[in-house]
Design a protein around this ligand. Structure first.
Ligand SMILES: [Zn+2]
Length: 268
């Protein structure tokens, strides 16, 4: 872990804190390796194929289509999704199980892809001189921090603390997400219905969506902004976009047939 932190700091001092795409990818690979070693990642080949085909169909049409995108399902019943620089996107089983249609999962992937396309985490690293983000992540994933925040973070399946996006970042990721799914021929209405569902659940059972709200500030105004853009689409265009597929329901049924998610891991 020390190696990773030093890597980021050196990168920073050598190039005045500008992080190149090559450095971003290398960093992302190191993060992903550690995340995959620490979090319960679903290994089922069919489930992974589905989420990667769907993710690639969206990411492959963005201006960062040259990245080698990877999509992983975290076996956690809590709702969350997060992206690591370089094109590594994680979506929790709990989020997929709450989705009723393909366009809802696609909307969340489109949003996470949007964070990577706009380099939000990389920009945070550059701004914070590369230190804070790396240290927070190291802290969570290595279990060296025994503070309340670290416990909360690991309990909600990781990924929470190291990429806290601003409201501005969220608005940008929504805009990107909207464009990303429309470009892929998928309806952006799933973003609206999924986000509404999460806001509803926050009122009735906040613990299950805590991680999502911690990392992705979400209020009614974001939903209204997406809806406003949907209203501007020509009706014929909107009608031509896919909202659901049979494959999505096969995928979801297979996911739900897995044994229950492991309990959240406590820090040692
Ligand atoms: Zn976000």
């Amino acid at each position: 872990m020390k190696r990773l932190l030093i890597g980021i700091l050196v990168t920073c001092s050598l190039v005045g804190c500008g992080i190149s795409q090559q450095q971003e990818v290398q960093m992302g690979q190191e993060y992903a390796q550690q995340i995959n070693a620490q979090l319960p990642i679903i290994q089922d080949p069919e489930l992974n194929r589905y989420v990667n085909v769907l993710g690639d169909s969206i990411a492959g049409l963005t201006k960062r289509k040259d990245l080698d995108w990877h999509f992983f399902i975290v076996d956690s019943k809590e709702v969350n999704a997060f992206a690591v620089p370089g094109g590594f996107v994680y979506i929790n089983r709990g989020l997929i199980e709450r989705a009723d249609k393909m366009d809802e999962v696609a909307g969340v992937l489109g949003h996470e892809i949007g964070h990577v396309v706009r380099r939000h985490t990389v920009k945070q690293m550059e701004k914070e001189q590369g230190a804070n983000v790396g240290i927070t992540l190291a802290c969570i994933l290595t279990g060296v921090c025994n503070s309340g925040i670290a416990n909360a973070a690991i309990n909600i399946a990781g990924g929470a603390v190291f990429a806290r996006f601003s409201r501005q970042d969220e608005a940008e990721a929504d805009q990107e997400g909207f464009n990303n799914v429309v470009r892929a021929g998928i309806s952006p209405e799933g973003m609206v219905t999924m986000f509404q569902k999460l806001l509803e659940e926050r009122k009735t059972r906040p613990a299950g969506v805590e991680a999502w709200f911690l990392t992705h500030p979400l209020e009614e105004d974001r939903i209204a902004a997406i809806q406003a853009r949907i209203n501007q689409l020509p009706p014929a265009t909107l009608a031509s976009l896919a909202t659901d597929t049979r494959n999505f329901h096969i995928f979801k049924a297979r996911l739900q047939s897995l044994p229950p998610s492991p309990p959240p891991r406590q820090l040692q």
